[in-house]
Design a protein around this ligand. Structure first.
Ligand code: HEC
Length: 103
């Protein structure tokens, strides 16, 4: 039983580490090209000039992907941002996240 608990704990830690490191392997250069359409609101360097629009520069890649997916699947809604996320593929999201998290 003790051994089972130890194995279960190790598995839980491994899962937690997978998620905490984000495991996002996007292509930042491709993300930069795609980000041209985002710059109008989020700024060319990922820093917005409007108090209502969030900065994306330096944000964790895993979080950025999660939010873009949420806008796309409708679990997070915003009249400006939801239509922007709708056409993005999973690869686009990984690339955009790699670009913004690296700024
Ligand atoms: C028309 C303006 C506009 C454009 C263009 C736009 N966004 Fe947004 N974005 C917003 C707004 C406004 C929010 C905040 C929504 C809210 O308050 O929930 C947001 C939120 C986000 C968030 C969540 C940030 C956080 O901290 O939770 C991400 C990620 C994001 N945008 C990525 C993008 C990407 C990638 C693009 C280009 C494909 C893009 N946005 C284009 C307006 C825009």
């Amino acid at each position: 039983m003790k051994k089972f608990v130890a194995i279960a704990n190790a598995a839980a830690i491994a899962v937690a580490m997978t998620f905490s490191t984000g495991a996002v392997a996007g292509d930042a250069a491709a993300g930069k090209a795609k980000a041209a359409t985002c710059a109008g609101c989020h700024g060319a360097a990922g820093v917005s000039n409007n108090p209502m629009w969030p900065n994306l520069a330096g944000q964790k890649a895993g979080y950025l992907v999660k939010q873009m997916k949420a806008f796309k699947d409708g679990s997070r809604k915003d009249p400006m941002m939801s239509p922007m996320a709708a056409p993005l593929s999973d690869a686009d999201m990984d690339n955009l996240a790699a670009f913004y998290s690296g700024l």
